[in-house]
Structure formats: C-alpha cells, structure tokens
Design a protein around this ligand. Structure first.
Ligand code: GTR
Length: 395
C-alpha cells in the first residue's frame, strides 16, 4: 500500500516537474523542418488555386480531423431558433438585444446553445458581426451589461457599427475532462468511441457553425460578414471552425498558442504532450500519438491558418505570455502567406515579429503582440475592428 502511494506521488511530482520544465530559451530551440503546405502527400507541387482547393486543402482538412481535432459531423436531424428575450433599447438605445436559444437535435438528443446578440440601432443593416466563442465566465458576455470587460467589449464594438454576439463553450461541451461529453457529443455518441472522434474543441467549433446557421436567417445580421473570434482555447476553436466552415468571413485567434496558431514543432513554451496531458478532453485521442513526437505529425499549425485563405486572419500574442510562443506563432502566420499568394492576395506582414504594441492590421494576415499578460483586452479589440474596417471597406 505504502509503495503504491509512493509511486503515485512520485509520478505526479515528475509530471508536474515536466509540465513546468518547458523551454523558454530561444537558443535552445532545436532545429525542425515544417511540412510544406504546398506539397501534397503524394509529392505533387501545388501551384494554383484549383489544385489547392481540389487536392491539397481537402487533404489538409482531413489530416487535421484525423490527427488533431477529430471528425467534424456535418449532419443533424433538425434545429430550432427561439428568442428568449429582446430589448430594442438596450445600451441606452444604441443596440437591439436579442437573447436566443439555438437548439439542435440528433440521435434523439437535443443540445441548447444560448446566444447573446446586440445589433447596432444606428448603423446600416444587415450588420457585419463579431461572434465570440466565450471560454471565460458568462458574466463577460452579460446581456444586461452589469459587467463590462475587455474580453467582450460589446459597447466598443457597437460604437464601431458592428453587431456583437457570443455563446459560451460550456453550452456545447463543458470544459472539464469528466463532463465534456454532456453537450454536443450526446448528439454524436459514435465520436466518443473513435480514435479520431471530436472532443471539446471540436464541439465548440461545431457550435460556432450552428450559430452561423442562425445568422443566415436573421435579417439584422450580415451572414457574409461574420468575424469569428476566440481567445486561447477559444482561439484554437475559432481557427478550427473558420478552417472548416468557409461561411466565416474572417477569423480572430487571440493568444491561441499550442494547437492554435503556434507551430507545434518549435520547442518553446507549451508542448503537445503537456496540452494532451492537462486537457485530455480537448483533442482527438489520435493526437496523443504525437506527445514528444511532434516531428511525426503530417501537418503543423501554419497549415491550419492556411486553410482559412484567402479570408483574413488576425493573430495575436502578449509579451508576458511565452507559454503561447509568440515567435512560433508569428512564424506560422508568415508561412501561411504562401497560400494567400496563390489567390493573389498580398500579405504585407514584416519578415520577423513586429515590436510590442506595433500592430500590423492590414488584411489578409494581421498580427500584433501586446504588452502584458495572456488575455483579450479593449486594446486587442480596437485592432480587430481596424482590420475588419479595412477588409469590409468601412473606414
Ligand atoms: C492554458 C493552456 C493553453 C491555453 C490556456 C487558455 O492552460 O495550456 O493552451 O489554452 O490555458 O485557454 O487560457
């Protein structure tokens, strides 16, 4: 008995030691070779949009499904949208609030995703819309505006003439390794048995697409101008959703780090093993095969950003958030330029990571590293709005 307790204790000490003993020293990053986004698995060079869209893009999507995020189910029996509450004069008359229940059924099970949506009253409608995948407290997206936070600064977005919406990840899949099945996955029980089955992050991305189904029916929302936004784990989901669902016009991935926008092969900050160990309920089981074995991945995260081309992607880091590997994030976005070039969409990103608080906001690939901590702030949103203004010609 004592021996057992000792072994368990030793194992947990070793694991926590490994979790904190991450590399933060640039000179200790081993060299690595990234898979070529423009070379298909059977070694064909991809040199035009047609080959990209018919050969390489579907191949890469399937690789991410199989090895990282799991299958994204496309079918369900039915869905329903219900307005729970409405206030045409919220935010002192500046916005029309709608609180909705989006319910989706399959396999005799129903999941309800709550949506908070503010539409600007004075701006032109249908309105371009920021949709946040909220992975923090629900108070951040309060419909009554009793809490105002930089995580979802609805007033700032409304003042800029955009609609602003949010749903909470826990409605789609509770962010908890013992409970994540209790949401969208009830609709797709087969996913739980498959090594390439989706888990929480896949479910959050799936839910973003169901909100888009609703936007297509709401005359106040311009469904062709939806900017899907996420922070950290929510930013991993925003990238995956925008890669899968081309109806999203633009993607914001804020401090998304490992298995978000940062390169997995670059050994700096969080690693695949650490993320799979701490959050076993986020990715497909197959992803665990790449623990301490990133070089065996048939992909890397620059290929995820590339899947969103030619639509704009705004990527961020924070100076104190080395866990998310700012340099490896910038390098990943920079690599994605190759696919934008196929579309003749010119990226103006600088050669190396911009200085702190020097945002590069010009679409299609926008980037900044903000001074401070792992967070999403009023400052960050102000930059996203600039890129959206430029892209949608609203400045
Ligand atoms: C961390 C995790 C990161 C990031 C972050 C967050 O603990 O290691 O990959 O997702 O949580 O979501 O805030």
């Amino acid at each position: 008995m004592m021996r057992k307790i000792f072994i368990v204790l030793l194992a947990s000490v070793l694991l926590s030691f490994e979790l904190i003993a991450q590399n933060y020293d640039e000179s200790k990053v081993p060299s690595y070779i990234l898979p070529d986004v423009l070379e298909s698995q059977n070694k064909m060079k991809i040199a035009n949009v047609k080959d990209w869209e018919s050969i390489r893009r579907p191949e890469i999507l399937a690789l991410f499904e199989e090895n990282v995020y799991g299958i994204m189910p496309k079918k369900f029996d039915n869905s329903n949208f219900k307005i729970k509450n409405e206030n045409k004069l919220s935010m002192n008359g500046k916005a029309h609030l709608k609180e909705l229940e989006i319910s989706v059924s399959n396999n005799n099970q129903t999941v309800i995703i709550n949506l908070v949506l503010f539409v600007p009253t004075r701006a032109k409608k249908p309105a371009a819309t920021f949709l946040l995948i909220n992975n923090r407290g629900k108070n951040n997206t309060s419909p009554t505006r009793d809490t105002i936070s930089g995580f979802w600064p609805a007033e700032q977005v409304i003042d800029a003439g955009y609609a602003v919406a949010a749903f909470h990840v826990n409605d789609a899949a509770p962010d908890d390794k013992n409970n994540y099945r209790n949401g969208v996955l009830r609709l797709y029980p087969e996913q739980l048995k498959a090594d390439n089955g989706m888990k929480a992050i896949g479910a959050w991305a799936w839910a973003a697409s169901r909100i888009m189904d609703y936007f297509e029916k709401d005359k106040d929302v311009d469904a062709s101008k939806v900017i899907l936004t996420g922070h950290s784990r929510g930013g991993k989901a925003s990238l995956w959703a925008a890669a899968q669902d081309t109806r999203f016009a633009m993607c914001v991935t804020n401090c998304s780090g490992n298995t978000g926008a940062a390169l997995s092969r670059r050994r700096f900050g969080e690693t695949v093993k650490v993320i799979n160990t701490t959050f076993p309920h986020w990715f497909a089981d197959n992803y665990k095969k790449f623990n301490d074995n990133e070089s065996a991945l048939p992909l890397d995260q620059h290929m995820l950003v590339s899947l969103i081309a030619p639509r704009p992607v705004y990527v961020t880091n924070a100076s104190e958030d080395l866990w998310a590997d700012p340099v490896g994030t910038f390098k990943s976005v920079k690599e994605a330029e190759k696919v934008y070039e196929l579309y003749n969409v010119k990226s103006g990103l600088p050669q190396s990571i911009p200085a702190i608080n020097m945002p590069f906001v010009k679409p299609p690939l926008a980037y900044h590293i903000r001074e401070g901590k792992h967070d999403m702030t009023f400052y960050d949103w102000a930059q996203f709005i600039k890129t959206a203004d430029l892209y949608f010609n609203r400045q």
